[in-house]
Design a protein around this ligand. Structure first.
Ligand code: ZN
Ligand code: ZN
Length: 369
């Protein structure tokens, strides 16, 4: 079959920005040097761009995991244009198709099944999506947001205005326009691009299927460090309506912390979380599947595994039900009532039992592995 036509504008842009980032930036650094101020400008704009994509384009607009104040939406819309990753509607349209048809090589716009290069950048180099390029039927809801509508209509002006305007203005302030445009402009675009592109490529190739193996998305803590928390991609594809990607408090997910902080400041609300019992069930079921595969390979019996799985799951569900009741009582200002005190005792006992069962479950899995 004939390959679709090359999109020369994209190819030239990627080649030029890559050469400037990888050749011109080091040369300027060696022969001219960069100041601390220029490195700070680079870091601030990098974080601004990436968080606009992760907290704005991705978790706010594509998945609607929370609602944001207009001030925050403007910031994300401007940061997204600065990142040069297309308008919110175009990005979200592609992304919603990616989730709906994940791993379907014909429909998923950046299907990992077509290889690392294709899912990382190749999909943008040719007219693979030509027939639906301006079809925004799956993001009609987003046009109701005047910020999104404005950004879509003026996208190219914003890209040029922000990228040139900001970096030149910063360069004038720091007395080195060329160096600042190279560092806070081209190197920042290069790093922003690849760290977000990794989510479509590496995050579907490298890591663990912690919650589901029905899709190729992987959980990878190392990748989370580079992607502002988006490396917990297996969880994300399993529970896409959750505003978090790294769910344990210590999971490195700055995007979730930003959204949580914004909610404390009254800039975000309606943060959606997956019920704990569903998360625990998905994780335990996945662990059971893995353990069964290993047991099968060694010719061992599954009965013990199944018994433990059933008991741990039932205990976890009971524990979360009790906790839910306790929270309701707390909300109703009844936490000092006799019933509430009794409930607290039960929660402590059930929590202890659950910890014990989980430890045993872990030992059982280690024995088989
Ligand atoms: Zn997503
Ligand atoms: Zn994905």
């Amino acid at each position: 079959m004939e390959k679709p036509r090359i999109i020369w504008a994209n190819v030239i842009f990627f080649v030029v920005s890559t050469l400037l980032a990888l050749v011109a930036v080091p040369l300027w650094g060696v022969f001219h040097g960069f100041s601390a101020g220029q490195w700070i400008a680079f870091a601030v704009l990098f974080c601004f761009c990436n968080l606009s994509i992760t907290a704005g384009y991705h978790r706010l607009w594509s998945h609607k995991t929370y609602q944001a104040h207009p001030a925050l939406r403007w910031l994300f819309a401007l940061g997204g244009a600065l990142a040069i990753e297309n308008s919110v509607v175009h990005w979200a349209s592609d992304h919603r198709i990616h989730h709906r048809h994940v791993d379907n090589d014909e429909v998923d716009p950046y299907s990992a099944g077509r290889g690392f290069w294709y899912s990382h950048m190749g999909w943008m180099m040719r007219e693979y999506q030509a027939e639906r390029y301006n079809d925004y039927a799956n993001v009609r809801d987003l046009f109701k947001d005047p910020v999104v509508d404005f950004q879509h209509r003026h996208y190219m002006k914003l890209v040029w205005g922000l990228n040139l305007g900001l970096t030149i203005a910063l360069g004038l302030m720091m007395g080195d326009v060329i160096g600042t445009v190279l560092l806070a402009g081209f190197l920042r675009i290069f790093v922003t691009h690849h760290t977000t592109f990794f989510i479509n490529s590496l995050a579907h190739i490298w890591g663990r299927n912690s919650f589901s193996n029905k899709h190729s998305a992987k959980d990878n803590g190392l990748l989370a460090l580079l992607t502002f928390g988006e490396g917990y991609h297996n969880f994300h594809h399993t529970f896409e309506n959750d505003y978090r990607n790294g769910i344990r408090w210590f999971d490195y997910d700055p995007t979730k912390w930003l959204i949580k902080a914004a909610s404390k400041l009254g800039l975000a609300q309606g943060l959606r979380k997956t019920p704990d019992e569903l998360i625990v069930k998905a994780r335990l079921t996945r662990q059971l599947e893995e353990a069964k595969e290993q047991a099968q390979a060694q010719g061992l019996c599954f009965a013990e595994l199944h018994r433990h799985y059933d008991e741990t799951l039932a205990t976890a569900q009971h524990y979360f039900q009790l906790r839910k009741r306790w929270l309701q009582m707390k909300k109703a200002k009844l936490k000092r009532s006799v019933e509430a005190l009794e409930l607290r005792k039960q929660i402590e006992e059930m929590g202890e039992k659950l910890r014990h069962l989980q430890l045993h479950w872990q030992q059982l899995r280690t024995q088989i592995a």
